[in-house]
Design a protein around this ligand. Sequence first.
Ligand SMILES: *Cc1c(COP(=O)(O)O)cnc(C)c1O
Length: 428
Amino acid sequence: MLYKRSSQLFADAEKVIPGGVNSPVRAFKAVGGTPIFVKSAKGAYLYDEDGNKLIDYINSWGPMVLGHAYEPVVEAVIERAKLGTSFGMPTELETQIAALAIKMVPNIDKIRFVNSGTEACMSAIRLARGYTKRDKIIKFAGCYHGHSDSFLIQAGSGAITFGSPNSPGVTAGTAKDTLLARYNDLDNVVELITANPNEIAAIIVEPVAGNMGCIPPKEGFLEGLRQLCTDNGILLIFDEVMTGFRLAAGGVQELVGVTSDIVCFGKVIGGGLPVGAFAARAEIMNYLAPLGPVYQAGTLSGNPLAMAAGLAMLQALDADREVFIRLKEKTAYLAAGINKVLTNNNVSFTINTIGSMISVHFDDNAVVDFQTAAKGDNETFKKFFHGLLQEGIYIAPSAYETWFITDALTYEDLDFTIQAIDKVSKTF
Ligand SMILES: *Cc1c(COP(=O)(O)O)cnc(C)c1O
């Protein structure tokens, strides 16, 4: 397949946009080559500016769990746009999506909508600090909670891909309040809590990590965090920006049966429009302005187009809970197929998967945290990525990213993908 026009468009973009992209994960820096410019997308497929059709395993990095241009979402946005696109005043839509989210997610009484996952996580820790009157937070190496200052300490996703897990521009003053732990290592968390008595406001965690590839929590890890938080007056924040409304209607809280104190959302909750949200029990949420002292705001928060898209998406998921089973089955089928062909072709690999998230690491050790994720062979990944691209399959241009399975993928698409992986891995 040729990507000629994309290359030209990228050259034009580079002149006026830093690195030619508005988010670094879209760049092909880690794999070489130039990003593909999309013209349109429908269901499981992307159509690019060169006229290529690609099977999409990124799906806007998660939101399109039912496939691209999902009809009820598109309709809702079109109808809503005719009524005006922003008012800076309340609409009934906001109450409708809030009520539905609260019905679907366990253990939350109130929810506030923002414009991105970054804003959701940033606001959640401010709320936790205001509520507990403590300053420090614990985060895990390789977890990504958006690009706000407190979180760019050993951060995952693009931050690892581009070698800046600790970003310049974050002050030492901010960095000192973020304590770093190893994912899936409770003892390490205990050490940090013991060394900082009564100082930790919150532990923030991706309850299933998805930004250093997919890393499910070990048995007992989330339960252990819950207990440590309860025992030490610390709030447990589940960053479910990736996993919320994807792994189950109620996210990982429902899947694993562990409750968080504050939960963050993004991606699926906006149906492909810019939406984030954070939610908790009333007692905590009432600390937010205008009821309480913790300030948080947004001119476009609860935007009617975004709320209409998100509501249509959540309604679809709520009405058809079987979707989570179908997604899991499709993902398991793909994982089994990839496992078979890579084994036959003598490739060193580990596949991690849970629900509709999957990642292939080119290393045969178990991948359980940032350190083990970092052992993957990037040269093999590059060949894999470009080989698949030639076959018309689009995965994330980084070995540290999860693939997102959508309900729009057919078993023919999955078989095609497995065959392509067979072909490509023979050339390693
Ligand atoms: C994507 C992501 C974020 C950031 O969300 P944005 O909408 O990109 O700001 C935060 N946390 C997790 C777990 C994510 O996957």
